[in-house]
Design a protein around this ligand. Structure first.
Ligand code: GSH
Length: 339
């Protein structure tokens, strides 16, 4: 594994793309099925998104996306092995086959979609980059940050946007670039950096779970980028990408239809055709995906719909649904029809 990680990103891409085009069929889908569990790459520990407790049990929205895939594939949301990955490690881990899917606050960008050999299957959380500063610095706007020392993780869109934004605003800054999350957190909370920059969801998670006193830190109003975060798979296995994509959409569709883990059993006798399609009592949608007819019902029963997952993990951080509301409630979350 060390050797794989040590391979240059370029070599890994060549290997992954070469392997994908040489093989026909559904290598990842078949490999996951034969193995009996999904290898899911998550971040090393971000409250609300992917965090392991002392027993090694993972929770969070990114974690639940992988549990949903396992529920669809095996009828059992627990058939997942979580692999903790730093921002720097994550793409090599996917390219080399160490994980089947990355569900880890990863921004969908053109270069990742193309030259890194990935396919993004949707957006599980619409985010943007922000800045957190100690309240005692009395900073009201990011425009006041000239000359600041800024903590940032490498291998992220964050690092790039940071440089762009300061340059565009003709401001100076000194980056403090640290790979390990605990070390960046320690650097910021010990005052080694004036500013912490990352996705706003990350800032909220770090403030809520790591700050000695969360009220001592403010997240500034400026949002300097678009960060559509979503699951990613390797190029070249559409059957696997389809399953990952529709597992997530099933959570959205369930919310839209008012199907939740609490009421799904009571809907078994529903005569509503779209409910019947969702439950797998009408149509052959499971077969089309290569899984059981009850795949979507298993997701909702064992993991929940998108609102349930969001409220369980993300709401406690003080993050509102905002743009992550369903389209019919004025947000951006929209699932294509399940038919
Ligand atoms: N969305 C950005 C940033 C993602 C990212 O890795 N953010 C950091 C800061 S919140 C993180 O998740 N670190 C967790 C870790 O290293 O385990 C990207 O895709 O590049």
């Amino acid at each position: 594994m060390k050797m794989l990680r040590a391979m240059s990103a370029g070599a890994a891409v060549f290997f992954a793309v070469g392997a994908a085009s040489a093989q026909q069929g559904a290598p990842t889908f078949d490999a996951v099925k034969a193995r009996g569990s999904v290898n899911c790459g998550v971040s090393t520990g971000l409250a609300g998104f992917s965090l392991a407790n002392s027993q090694g049990q993972w929770t969070g929205l990114d974690v639940d996306v992988c549990r949903a895939i396992a529920a669809a594939m095996f009828g059992d949301a627990n058939k997942v092995k979580f692999v903790a990955l730093s921002a720097q490690q994550r793409f090599t881990a996917l390219q080399s086959g160490e994980v089947d899917v990355l569900s880890r606050n990863t921004t969908w960008t053109l270069s990742r979609d193309t030259s890194l050999g990935l396919d993004f299957t949707g957006v599980s959380f619409y985010d943007g980059q922000g800045f957190m500063v100690p309240k005692k610095l009395n900073v009201k706007s990011a425009k006041e940050l000239n000359g600041a020392t800024v903590c940032v993780q490498p291998g992220t869109t964050t690092e790039l946007n940071l440089a762009d934004w300061f340059r565009a605003n003709r401001l100076q800054f000194t980056p403090v670039v640290i790979e390990r999350l605990e070390e960046v957190n320690a650097a910021y909370f010990s005052g080694r950096c004036d500013v912490y920059t990352t996705d706003i969801s990350g800032l909220a998670a770090i403030r809520a779970s790591q700050a000695p006193n969360p009220a001592d830190h403010v997240i500034l109003a400026e949002v300097i980028s678009k960060e559509p975060l979503g699951p990613a798979v390797r190029h070249g296995d559409s059957k696997w990408a389809d399953l990952v994509r529709w597992s997530y959409y099933a959570m959205l569709e369930a919310e839209e239809m008012g199907i939740s883990s609490k009421n799904i059993d009571s809907l078994a006798s529903s005569t509503n055709p779209s409910v019947q399609r969702f439950l797998g009592t009408q149509g052959e949608y499971g077969k089309m995906l290569g899984v059981d007819a009850k795949w979507a019902a298993a997701i909702v029963k064992q993991v929940g719909n998108y609102a349930e997952v969001f409220e369980r993990h993300v709401t406690p951080l003080g993050i509102e649904r905002g743009v992550n509301k369903l389209w019919k409630d004025g947000g951006l979350q929209y699932a294509p029809p399940m038919r």
